[in-house]
Design a binder for this molecule. Sequence first.
Ligand code: PLP
Length: 360
Amino acid sequence: MERVYNFSAGPAMLPEPVLKQAQAEMLSYGGSGMSVMEMSHRSSQFMELFEKTKANLKEVMGIPDNYKILFLQGGASMQFAMVPLNLFRKSKKADFINTGAWSKAAIKEAKKIGTVNIIASSEDKNFTYIPAWDASKFSGDADYFHITSNNTIYGTRYTTFPETGNVPLVADMSSNILSEAVDVSKFGIIYAGAQKNIGPAGVTVVIIREDLVGHGPENIFTMLDYKTHVEKDSSFNTPPCYSIYIAGLVFEWIKSQGGLKVVEKRNLEKAKLLYDFLDESTLFRNPVVPGDRSIMNVTFVTDSEDLDAKCIKEAKELGLVTLKGHRSVGGLRASIYNAMPVEGVKKLVEFLKKFEAHNK
Ligand SMILES: *Cc1c(COP(=O)(O)O)cnc(C)c1O
């Protein structure tokens, strides 16, 4: 069976060398005679793998020493609850920028136990841009400030981040973590579900500054307390061992590519190929304000839903799959995470050009 170019927004493509290594190690990992799936999370072999995985993520992202790296379950969606539960500790206020459905999901949870102040929103234009923020509107005494760094559904991303001073900046980076170099020290917490750019679903990476750990309420549930997971090094209960193992292979793959700077450069090139085509096209258009365009999720439409559907169908026949836009925005979306090769994007652009010529 030929592999396809899978433009899914998540779960998404993984690098082929990672899948091959996982295949080679499926029956016996490191001479153990068993798969990582079958291995005790307390075994020295798994613990070694776990330590190496953490160290590689730290190296790849340049995570400073005063941050803890956690591998949790519950997805990014669980973080929508854990962040307010653990960080609402003084004013019980949080500032948010609303850039779409995932921001709203985070806002909804925070509102259940505190006050949410929406600093800026791009809802007026269906989230096709990152709104400007006015620092004079910041609460000042907020317990945290939350952003969604890349908006998977609409195809927008932040290119600069709000300066929040002493208020910890929290970012949902689910769909653009590891896509470009970021200065981790600007953030209080970074969290990301793995299934976009890290590995398989089932594990969520949380990078948390040490001083933000341990401020939850007295009666906080054990499993929802960052302190539990920091103290037990993500192994209070059984961690998602196999997902962590694959994530570890992805981190090694990023290193083998030359690190985040190299990966970022390639991602910019891939995105440029697609956006340049869309900007010249008379059939397709990308609705996002150019300066705010995501380099991971590229959304585009024709003026006809029928043509959109026809395009998705014909692409699929060529092995260019999962191009349907999110149900809330329609059209098409090409998610071009780290594992999408340049050739996949070239093939997509080539196809779109032909489709345009035949359907004008
Ligand atoms: C996919 C996604 C989520 C949801 O992640 P789960 O791991 O399914 O909970 C949240 N935020 C963003 C930005 C996403 O892309």
